[in-house]
Design a protein around this ligand. Sequence first.
Ligand code: G3H
Ligand code: ZN
Length: 277
Amino acid sequence: MLVPTGEIVAGAVAAGSGVGAFNVITVEHAEAIVAGAEEAGAPVILQVSENAVRFHGNRLAPIAAAAKAVAAASTVPVSLHLDHVERRDLLEQAPEHGFSSVMYDASKLSYVDNVAATTDAAAWGHARGLYIESELGEVGGKDGAHAPGVRTDPGDAARYVAATGVDALAVAVGSSHAMTTRSAALDHALIAALRDAVPVPLVLHGSSGVPDEELERAVRAGMRKINIGTALNVAFTGAVRAGVADGKVVDPRPYLRAGREAMAATVAHFLRLLAGA
Ligand code: G3H
Ligand code: ZN
């Protein structure tokens, strides 16, 4: 069933566990994420990034409709989240397409400009019932969110949340986007300091590159929303590569099915891990 993201994250906060938020690129991703969540018996967040919208010809409607239909038919709670939104026009399309939350990403801006843009976006979103996540950890502006070495300062984070009124905060604590090996080392003392300083749930981005044990420790230290994208693509593409290896395949269904099953198994693994951390 389709539920608001705020409800799913609040459940994780109450339980002291983590909720998985997985990136949707194709309809197979949405189907696999929900199948994996049903297998694990856990709620899940389907997130569509601005990047994925760009892939679909800059149209949000087709992939949003697919994700929404898959979510609505699920036996576990599923929410729709719009991820890494830098374009204001995309934020403003969220409500009409069934998204209950948006990660408004002004992290590449300076602290002052990030606060100004995010405060405005959060006010707009809250007036329409959206749950707003944003990111602080690119102070000074660097290329690529959560570049290695960048860290979110707890004092800045507390001031930032108070100023912007966001509902959840993505922080830089050692993870990095698009890693295909699981070798990132997190700063657990910083996670605990951020948890103590910040009154809203913390979000970990770039979680594909974080080893299982590090993810469990991060949840125990206070991470509540765990964003995972690349790990699904590693699983999907690996299965597809094997499925077309003989060079004669024409019908895409067998290898897409294999790719979808590989993603579902990956999702179930992460969700069991996060629930039991
Ligand atoms: O917002 C999306 C996530 O941060 C996914 O990052 O692809 O490195 O797992 P990842
Ligand atoms: Zn991210």
